[in-house]
Design a protein around this ligand. Structure first.
Ligand code: EPZ
Length: 442
């Protein structure tokens, strides 16, 4: 069982070598648990990672009367929604914490109970994270949205009916909102400009197992024919491609060699292209991918984060650490979130040379129209990194600080580790398995 210390003291310089096992995706497993609410019979979800975001959803399901139990098989959850009941908003608030998942409970609870309550979600450090697309979609299905100081109360006095929805931006969360609502709405829903991330496809696979009728058309259009009832599902979660990409970056920046068991090529194509362009090497195996530093210099790149199948915004933080060691000037355009370069401040304290352009930089045309809040980071390398005292700012930024410390000269003290545990299962144990030199404190 991983020690829940708040601080880690890392002595950098050891190449990370060995094997890590990556289990189910945080960004799918949490949504799959919510989908179980739609079924009239129990569901079985496999490869559920032991991360705090899963614990939050488990708590939210339990306050709504869902029985959630662990089977003998590690990582297997049994979810029984037979007795779904209304929860008091204070309980919901207490369990939600800073998680954004409660917003996805709306559709399933409106179908099961005719009402739903969402506490004030707030944003995290990477952006405002508004929910306007979600609420507009729910209104289109016929929900009544009542905002008050406690949060948002939704009802559906006439039930929910299929709708014609065009998302202003292919939002992952809003697409999941529409899927989880449309599957049991009366009639057909047409969703245009939808997100098509692998986690979305895996959620669609789960809903189809439950009895839903969903077809994915070309051009980001998804058609959903509502059905009266859904059953439970049995499903193994898609692997966590964000964690896999993070360990790949750790292997490269520490001149190491890591076999990431459970990683699959098909969901990492764009990342693998960039990894190779920077100078990393990888071998695709049946049961995972080996990532290593083949020797030689790392090369600079220009990338922009984008919706799938573009370069994921959750991959840019670990990659930026790699680019601090590349020979030349790299440019990273962040197009998904308005404030996702905060983590570079600590990297510059460690000796990196990163300049953030708050209004972005011109670049070539892309999949989704330029948004008015973009930023770009210009990374000049290679620079020698040295140890520093760092407080983790957010999930991906935090992990990037850990791998920077592992490649730096000297000692770093990194605190607020719980933010990393939101999405990286047993990462301290994994660092020990990979030969990192560190102690945990507090
Ligand atoms: C999901 O967030 C992931 N989180 C994020 O991963 C990931 O970065 C993101 O998708 C993009 O791939 C989970 O799945 C829990 P969005 P989500 O709705 O659904 C704007 C991680 O590190 N927007 O696609 O919240 C929004 O502000 C996390 O694992 C609106 O303006 O992302 C953002 O700029 C971080 N209004 C953009 O769309 C809305 O109503 C993309 O957000 C909804 C979104």
């Amino acid at each position: 069982m991983e020690l829940r210390s708040d601080r880690i003291v890392i002595r950098g310089g050891n190449p990370l070598r060995g094997r890590v096992d990556v289990r189910g995706a945080k960004n799918l497993a949490t949504k799959a648990m919510v989908a179980a609410l739609l079924g009239e019979t129990p569901s079985v979800l496999r490869d559920v990672p032991d991360i705090s975001d899963v614990t939050v959803v488990r708590g939210l399901l339990q306050v709504h009367g869902v029985l959630v139990t662990e089977s003998e098989t590690p990582g297997e959850l049994l979810l029984d929604p037979s007795n779904v009941e209304t929860a008091h908003f204070a309980e919901i608030d207490a369990h939600a914490g800073s998680s954004r998942i409660p917003i996805l409970f709306c559709g399933p609870l409106l179908h099961r109970l005719g009402e739903a309550f969402i506490p004030d979600l707030g944003g995290c450090r990477i952006g405002d994270r508004p929910i306007d697309f979600h609420l507009d979609a729910l209104r289109a299905f016929g929900a009544i949205v009542d905002k008050n100081y406690e949060g948002i109360h939704l009802t559906a006095p006439n039930g929910l009916s299929g709708a014609d929805i065009h998302l202003p931006y292919p939002s992952v969360g809003a697409t999941e909102q529409v899927l989880l609502t449309a599957v049991r709405a009366r009639g057909t829903t047409e969703l245009r400009n939808a997100a098509i991330e692998p986690e979305i496809m895996d959620l669609i696979a789960i809903l189809q197992k439950m009895g839903a009728i969903i077809s994915v058309e070309p051009n980001r259009t998804i058609l959903i024919e509502g059905v009266d009832r859904l059953t439970g599902y049995t499903h193994r979660s898609l692997f966590d491609r964000n964690e896999a990409a993070s360990w790949a970056a750790a292997a490269l920046v520490t001149h190491g060699d890591i076999f990431v068991a459970g990683a699959r090529q098909s969901e990492l194509m764009t990342f693998l292209n960039v990894f190779r362009k920077v100078g990393g090497a990888f071998d695709i195996e049946e049961d995972g991918i080996r990532f290593y530093h083949p020797g030689g210099e790392l090369k600079p790149v220009t990338i922009e984060t984008d919706v799938h199948p573009g370069f994921m915004t959750d991959w840019q933080q670990p990659l930026v650490v790699v680019l601090t060691q590349a020979n030349g000037v790299s440019i990273v355009h962040e197009t998904v979130y308005e404030n996702r370069f905060g983590f570079t401040e600590a990297l510059n304290e460690m000796g990196a040379n990163i300049v953030v352009h708050p209004h972005g930089l011109p670049d070539h045309p892309r999949r989704v129209a330029r948004r008015d809040f973009e930023q770009a980071a210009v990374v000049t390398g290679p620079t020698r990194l040295h140890g520093a005292d760092i407080r983790v700012p957010d999930l991906r930024g935090g992990f990037s600080h850990v791998i920077a410390a592992l490649s730096a000269e000297g000692t770093s003290r990194i605190s607020n580790l719980d933010l990393i545990r939101r999405g990286y299962e047993h990462f301290v144990d994994k660092l020990a398995d990979l030969g990192a030199d560190f102690d945990v404190e507090g």
